[in-house]
Design a protein around this ligand. Structure first.
Ligand code: PLP
Length: 395
């Protein structure tokens, strides 16, 4: 018999798997051309050509044993150095390879850092709505995720609510910027406020609070917006980064943790992260992908493609009467459901061939997430259906 914990996870996962299978089922009933799947954040932009080219060059020119061997738990030393140098160029830091631990995407990085930091019963805060997998990542390491109520309609962190949520059990806070599911980008000022509160509460309680900055969407920003580099604002910050979205490599499972020397017990955290990679069964981040991203980490995805999708969708939806804040980052649009129950709204949308994710999955009621990382054609063909859906609610 499977464990009680896993039973709960399987039930929760059913909703996510349902999104995959639902699309298939709807295509059979309505026909391919009448189904518009905005459910999953799987990039539709191809990885830069240089990624495949680099992989081929490595496979052709490097010793096969060296490519496919186990690596250090923390990653290949030359790869860690290459990533550190790239970050130094971009953020004027002074990192060395010692500050970088290669991981299997941000998901791997977050699980690793939770394993390193948490004791049984420790609490980890995050602002709702949030990426629903955080619950499991924290629980996997024996911790408890505490969600801070959403700050509607801005979806920016609410400093007062943060202050109230911090307790002697608070070990860390996860911040996701740009944000999935809202597409909101937190600016310098609000992050300074968050940092102030963390420092104040640390002093008051006599503890230390780690900030985990989850940044798979860092480069996916629009309108000239910049994403503040949080380690400059709060020294005790560890960044979980991923190439899944920035280079469209979600299946390759590659990313890294940046652990600045200002992080409390820095050496222990770095060493622990390498060990955590091993004991969690990742062993090491995929060796070939480590070698590839070391050479391609300064490449960029086609952000203009997502930007255009965003413009088309946002302009059309607001003209049909939908309410949503214009997203400034990631590739999600968080639209207010046209009835109170977001699940009922998403089910209604299915009648028009539209697949979205209900916001309750992100611990926030009354919205739906539209992942617009899809083909342009899907966006354009879906617009009449979005209009019909709005009309069905007398919009
Ligand atoms: N964090 C957030 C906010 C995400 O949206 C995702 C994936 O969608 C992840 C982490 C995990 O990404 P990865 O593919 O890098 O493991």
């Amino acid at each position: 018999m499977i464990s009680k914990n896993m039973k709960v996870l399987v039930e929760k996962s059913a909703a996510i798997s349902a999104l995959f299978t639902e699309g298939k089922r709807m295509r059979q009933i309505l026909g391919d051309e009448n189904v518009f799947d905005f459910g999953i954040g799987n990039p539709n932009v191809k990885a830069p050509l240089s990624v495949n080219k680099t992989a081929m060059e490595i496979l052709e020119n490097m010793d096969s044993l060296a490519i496919h061997s186990y690596t250090d738990g923390a990653g290949i030393p030359s790869v860690r150095s290459a990533i550190a140098e790239s970050l130094n160029r971009r953020f004027q830091e002074e990192y060395t390879g010692e500050n970088i631990v290669m991981t299997t995407g941000a998901a791997g990085g977050l699980n690793v850092i939770m394993k390193v930091l948490l004791d049984e019963g420790d609490e980890v805060l995050t602002f709702a709505p949030y990426f629903g997998e955080y619950d499991a990542y924290v629980a996997n390491a024996g911790g408890k995720l505490i969600a801070i109520e959403p700050n509607i309609p801005t979806f920016l962190p609410d400093p007062k609510k943060l202050e109230d949520a911090i307790s002697p059990k608070t070990k860390a806070i996860i911040i996701n910027n740009p944000n999935n599911p809202t597409g909101v980008v937190y600016g310098e000022e609000i992050l300074q406020e968050v940092a102030e509160i963390l420092r104040k509460k640390e002093k008051e309680i006599g503890t230390s609070i780690y900030l985990i900055s989850d940044e798979p969407y860092r480069e996916l920003v629009f309108d000239g917006v910049t994403v503040p580099y949080i380690p400059k604002i709060y020294g005790n910050t560890i960044v979980a980064y991923s190439f899944s979205k920035s280079l469209s490599l979600p299946g390759d499972r590659i990313g890294y943790l940046t652990i600045p020397s200002t992080v409390e017990d820095f050496q222990d955290v770095v060493y622990g992260a390498g060990v955590a990679n091993r004991v969690l069964g990742f062993v090491n981040a995929p060796a070939l992908q480590q070698l590839v991203v070391a050479k391609c980490c300064d490449e960029k995805s086609d952000v203009a493609f997502y930007d255009k999708n965003r413009e088309i969708l946002y302009n059309a939806l607001t003209s049909y009467g939908y309410e949503c804040a214009k997203p400034q980052g990631a590739f999600y649009l968080f639209v207010k459901a046209l009835e109170e129950d977001d699940v009922a709204f998403v089910n209604k949308a299915k009648e028009f061939g539209i697949l979205m994710t209900p916001s309750s999955g992100f611990r926030c009621k009354g919205y739906a997430r539209i992942a617009y990382c899809v083909a342009r054609e899907t966006i354009e063909s879906a617009l009449p259906s979005f209009e019909k859906l709005a009309k069905a609610y007398n919009k």
